[in-house]
Every structure is written in structure tokens, then in C-alpha cells.
Design a protein around this ligand. Structure first.
Ligand code: NAD
Ligand code: UD1
Length: 335
């Protein structure tokens, strides 16, 4: 089997690539290196003893993408990660975000839909906004997006669905990730945020190592047991495994409804304070923190209903929060 992974040297793409290579799947990895480094290939090689075929390519370049499919006529499936992902940045630079996240996806769909190469699309729990029922089911309403990033995921989902309807042989899976954290247990690959991280766990590990004096907790008075926001933090290795199972499901044509959507989370809601306490336990480090005003656009609580992915795809998260935070901490110390 040969799989094309776009954004293959990024955080999630690199972890998925290791699992594919370990399963003896051939991987063509494309990335424009805008948010990743070529050295990630060395990490992948150290872990698996193998390397993907790598092409530095921008998926906004339609001709380059077409040529890739001309050169590789035996691609069995595509996992599409290449996109911009910083919510705050997307508010400041909406057109840049729409151009990359939308044009890239359109080019890809143009190359694969007619020839029926199946697709896994990276979506996000951000499409739900503040759901009124927890845990969140895939059937929950999609609320108006709080950011251009979120809107690019909602639109992207619709493009994929419409393309599935229009092309008889084209099937796809939309995976809505909750909050990916952690690193490969070997800590040879992990998350490499550019600049000051906006997400909780990289900011927490950077504070623990001394890069920031204090971790700000956004809000202390939410309607939750300890007053801080609740999220569903999923180990990136579990998330990667969910792609492998989804690919098997997709390629064995079990997805008879052509385009299916699955949440990928642990199903457990954890508060910001619980994340900090768990981190302190596994790292043995005290993390200085202070409560500040809530962050604009934050939802109070979001965690996944994972019944559908368990039943249909046979996937369930295995790693604990302790393991995820330990790997995140080891990664921070290691790189
Ligand atoms: P990442 O930035 O680490 O990886 C994306 C990779 O795509 C990067 O290596 C980047 O260089 C590359 N890329 C971007 N635009 C490209 C283009 N036009 N052509 C070729 N390569 C390009 O991000 P990630 O965390 O691995 O996220 C992967 C996907 O999952 C994204 O689509 C993201 O929106 C989605 N997602 C991520 C999260 C998260 O918290 N990490 C949550 C939900 C959804
Ligand atoms: C963010 C993105 C979402 C993306 C997700 C996973 C927003 C609005 N949403 O979600 O699109 O899918 O990341 O990558 O940005 N927190 C602090 N202090 C910090 C950082 C975060 O208290 O310094 C809190 C936040 O208020 C939140 C929790 O930690 O309650 C998690 O925050 P974060 O890691 O940024 O993820 P989300 O906001 O859930």
C-alpha cells in the first residue's frame, strides 16, 4: 500500500508517518517546510529504520501536485494535514489562512476525486463551538465559526462531503480532533511550536523549563467543578493510531455512506488545573501559575463522545493523561 501524507513533517503528520512505515506501508510525504523542519525525517528514520519518499512541495501549486500524481500512479489513499492552524493568527490574517487551507484542499480534491483515491481530512472540534450537550456527539450542531481557522475547517468538511456526493468512486473520512498533546515516546519527534505557544501544554512545559516566568490560567470562575475550562486531551500517538484504523476502514470500503465523520478524543474532560497538577506529579516540577481573565473565544467545556469511532472503526484511546504529559515533558527537555 502507498499513502500520500500532506504536511507529513508537521506535528501530527510525522507521528502518523512513523506508524504507517512500521506497518510496512510506503509513504510519500509532502511538506513545504513552512511550519516544520527537514530534520524531522531523521527522527522518523531513527524510530522506524525507514524513510518516506519526501518531496518539498506546496500544495497550493496545482501543477506540482498534478505532477506528483503523474509520477506516482499507485497511490492508494491520502491523509491531508497540510494547513495553517493557529487560531489567533487566522483572525489577523484571514486571507492567508483561507488561501492555504482552502486552495490547498481544492487542489488536492481536483487531483484525487475523479480517480477515486480515498481521503482522510483533518478537522477539529472547533467546528462545534460551545456545544449545549456533553459529551459532544458528531451529530451536534455546527455553530458559526469563532475564527477564520475554524471556518476553514467547516468549509473544508463541506467541500469533501460535496465531492463525495458528486464522484461515485470517491470516499472520505472527516476526523474531528479534540486537543492533541504529547510526543512520540522515543521523544525523537514531537511538537515544535513557532514563537510563543498559544496552546496549554507546550506553554506549560516551556514554563516548567524556565522559558516563561508564569503560566496564565485563562479564567477561574467558569461553571465547572474547579472553575477552569475543561478539554479532552488526546495523546498524539493515539490520534495517529486513529488514522491507521480509519485508513483500513476506508480502504476496505466499509464506509458505505461515502463520507463519514468521527470525533477523535479520549471521551474524558479534564480541567486546566487538573492538567497542571498531573504535570507536576509526573515531572516533579512545580509550575508557577496565576489566574487571569478568560481568553476571548474560549469555550467552557468540550469533550468527545467516542462511541461512534469505537463501534465503527474499532479505535479507542489507550494512553493516559500522565503518559501524554510525561512524553510532552521529556520532549521539551530533549529538544
Ligand atoms: P503542523 O503545522 O505541525 O503541520 C502541518 C504541516 O503542513 C507543517 O509541516 C507545514 O509546514 C505543512 N504545510 C502547511 N501548508 C502547506 C502547504 N500549502 N503545502 C505543503 N505543506 C504545508 O500542524 P499539526 O498540528 O500537525 O496539524 C495537522 C492538521 O491537523 C492541520 O490541518 C490542523 O488544522 C489539524 N488540526 C490540528 C490540531 C492541533 O491541535 N494540532 C487540532 C485539530 C486539527
Ligand atoms: C485550541 C483551538 C482549537 C484547536 C485546539 C487544539 C482556540 C480558540 N481553539 O483549542 O481550534 O483545535 O487548540 O490544538 O484557540 N489555557 C490557559 N493558559 C494558556 C493556554 C491555554 O489557561 O496559556 C487554557 C485555555 O483557556 C483552554 C485550555 O487551556 O481552556 C486549552 O487551551 P488550548 O491548548 O489553547 O486549546 P483550545 O483552546 O481547546
Amino acid at each position: 500500500m502507498k499513502i500520500l501524507v500532506t504536511g507529513g513533517l508537521g506535528y501530527i503528520g510525522s507521528h502518523v508517518t512513523t506508524l504507517l512505515l512500521e506497518k510496512s506501508v510506503d509513504v510519500i510525504s509532502v511538506d513545504n517546510l513552512e511550519n516544520s523542519r527537514i530534520e524531522v525525517l531523521d527522527g522518523i528514520k531513527e524510530i522506524t529504520g525507514k524513510q518516506p519518499i519526501f518531496k518539498q512541495l506546496d500544495i497550493r501549486d496545482e501543477n506540482a501536485l498534478k505532477n506528483l500524481f503523474k509520477d506516482h500512479t499507485d497511490i492508494d489513499g491520502v491523509i491531508h494535514f497540510a494547513a495553517y492552524k493557529a487560531v489567533g493568527e487566522s483572525v489577523k490574517q484571514p486571507l492567508r489562512y483561507y488561501h492555504n487551507n482552502i486552495v490547498g484542499l481544492l487542489n488536492l480534491l481536483n487531483s484525487i476525486a475523479k480517480i477515486g483515491i480515498p481521503l482522510i481530512f483533518s478537522s477539529s472540534c472547533t467546528v462545534y463551538g460551545q456545544a449545549d450537550k456533553l459529551p459532544i456527539k458528531e451529530s451536534a450542531s455546527i455553530l458559526p465559526a469563532a475564527s477564520p481557522y475554524g471556518y476553514s475547517k467547516q468549509v473544508g468538511e463541506q467541500f469533501v462531503k460535496d465531492t463525495c456526493k458528486a464522484h461515485k468512486n470517491f470516499n472520505a473520512i472527516l476526523l474531528r480532533y479534540f486537543n492533541p498533546i504529547g510526543a512520540h515516546p522515543s521523544v525523537k519527534i514531537g511538537e515544535q511550536p513557532q514563537g510563543v505557544p498559544q496552546n496549554l501544554v507546550p506553554f506549560l512545559t516551556q514554563t516548567a523549563i524556565g522559558k516563561h516566568p508564569v503560566l496564565k490560567i485563562f479564567g477561574s470562575d467558569y461553571d465547572t467543578p474547579d472553575g477552569t475550562c475543561i478539554r479532552d486531551y488526546i495523546h498524539v500517538m493515539d490520534l495517529a493510531e486513529a488514522h491507521i484504523n480509519s485508513l483500513e476502514y476506508l480502504i476496505s470500503s466499509k464506509n458505505t455512506s461515502k463520507c463519514e465523520t468521527f470525533n477523535v478524543g479520549t471521551g474524558k474532560g479534564v480541567s486546566v488545573l487538573e492538567v497542571i497538577q498531573t504535570f507536576e506529579k509526573v515531572s516533579g516540577k512545580k509550575v508557577p501559575y496565576q489566574f487571569t481573565e478568560p481568553r476571548d473565544g474560549d469555550t467552557v467545556a468540550a469533550f468527545a463522545d467516542v462511541e461512534m469511532i469505537e463501534q465503527k472503526i474499532g479505535w479507542k484511546a489507550k494512553y493516559t493523561l500522565e503518559e501524554a504529559l510525561k512524553n510532552a515533558w521529556d520532549w521539551e527537555k530533549n529538544h
